[in-house]
Every structure is written in structure tokens, then in C-alpha cells.
Design a protein around this ligand. Sequence first.
Ligand code: CA
Ligand code: ZN
Length: 306
Amino acid sequence: MTTPTVKISRDQHIWAFSADMAPVVTVDPGTVLEIETWDCFTGQVQSESDTLDKLDLTRINSATGPIAVNGALPGDSLSVTLIDILPNEQGAGMVIPEWGQLIEHAKSPTTRIFKVKDGIIRMNENVTFPTRPMFGVIGVAPAEGEVGTFLADRHGGNMDDHKNGIGATIHLPVFQPGGQLAIGDMHASMGDGEISGTGVEIGGKAIIKVDLIKGKAGGWPITETADAWYTHGTTADSIDGALKNACEEAAKLLVDEWGFTMEDAYIFLSVAGDLGIAQYCHPSPGSVIARMRVPKISAAPHPFKM
Ligand code: CA
Ligand code: ZN
């Protein structure tokens, strides 16, 4: 059943994931919702003259929600399936001053407007490419305090992994009763690393389904697709640390859930796992996010044994 029974508008949103945030809706596991999300600039970028220096930077990365799930308790996973992601017709990408892997080569802040239609993104008359819709921000209430939606940590947040696209299920570790899911920062497309700091930033709608896995959770969000599961690791600014965190999480699950020895998990991940970068737009004030792709095999078909 994929007909949404609950709708949430883009104006029901948060700017930070906080431990004590109140839900806008409480639903049962298995509920299908339609959510609307703002683009990360909250509609402030409409033309190529709208460069970052002209924006109100307090209005960046809203996340629609929070959505509480009945029965979610610390130690569980709140599993959200992105059944469909439907971008609007115009998005934007940017060169942001002092950000990213090529910034010393860029002459000026630049905004590029993209048109999106029928699954194709048009950058200019020569450059077109297929959409790969995904959400940058997917998270739940953290263990304590407040984490802005610009950052990523164990609760998720600004994960910026394009594997969080149509058909993926993201298993978020629950830290607070109800979990308190919020989602935003849609991209019509975003590459590994997001090296300038933006995807094709766009608003839109999505159909999602929420569910629970009782008594099982990763150390960070885990993304499951048809053929693989992906662990994540985040740090403030160390790609080495993020990569190591993603590796350790994958090995831990193979050992704890599927009975691998640590040595066999280590070798299996070396020969069949794919270590990669989700987000590494540095320098920038954002987090660094790595992932480990673990192929679904009969000996470890899911992140958790159930
Ligand atoms: Ca982002
Ligand atoms: Zn974004």
C-alpha cells in the first residue's frame, strides 16, 4: 500500500535536530506519508544573480517534520523508505566563497540555474544529464542537545549521500522516544563528494514509508538498497576518520549480526566492499561523510539479522 495517508507541508520544518523537539505528526509503523520539502535555500535562489553572499544564511537546510513513530525507543531503528522523490522544475548549484575542492581555481561566486523536466537536468544548451533524485538531510532527534541541519552525526542530518535516493531504506538509530524523523535538502542530482558544496538544490515532494526495527540499530544511519547496504561514518573535518568509522561499522555488523570473525569481516570488506566518499566539500564548515558498500550476499543479506 503506497497511497499516502498523511501529508506534511514544507512549512512544517526544523532548522536543527534537537533531543527534545516536538513532532508535527505521530504515526504508526508502516504509515505512508507525502512530504513536501523546500530547496536548501528556502526559495531564495531564483536566478543566476542570486549568489550566496545575497542570501539570509539563517534559512538554509530546512528539514520537513519532525515525524514521530509510535513505539520507537532508543536502541531501535527508525527505517524510512524513499518510495518516490519528485523534484520541482528548477534547481540551483553554486560556487560558494572559500568552499570546496576547487575553490582556489574559481574566479567568483557563481550560481547556475538548472531546469528539470521528464527526468533530465539541463545545465545549459550543451550540458544535460539524467536526474538522480535524493535527499541530503535525513535525521532523527540526537542523543542530547541540538545539532543544526547543516551538520551530520550519528543521528543522521546532512548526510549528503546520493545513495539516499528513490527506493532506498535508511535505518536511523533512535535516540529519543518516537525517533522524530525530519527530511530536507532535496537534490535532483548530487555527485560523490559534492565537491563545490551543492547538488542541484531543489524543492519538491516525496512519498515515504516509516517503519521500525525493534532492538537493532547502527552507530550511524545505514542505507539499504536492492543489492547492498551502506554503513556511514562522519567526522567534523577528517576524511581519514570518517572512512575508518564507516569501515568499523560494517565490520562490526558482519561480526555481531552475521557471525563473521573480525579477520574474515576485514578480508571480505577488502575484497568485496566498496569504500567511498559521500560528502567531502572541504574546506567548508560542514561535516565529512564516508560510506562502505556491503553487497547483499546470503551470509549477510541485510544490516541486521532478524
Ligand atoms: Ca547537504
Ligand atoms: Zn543540498
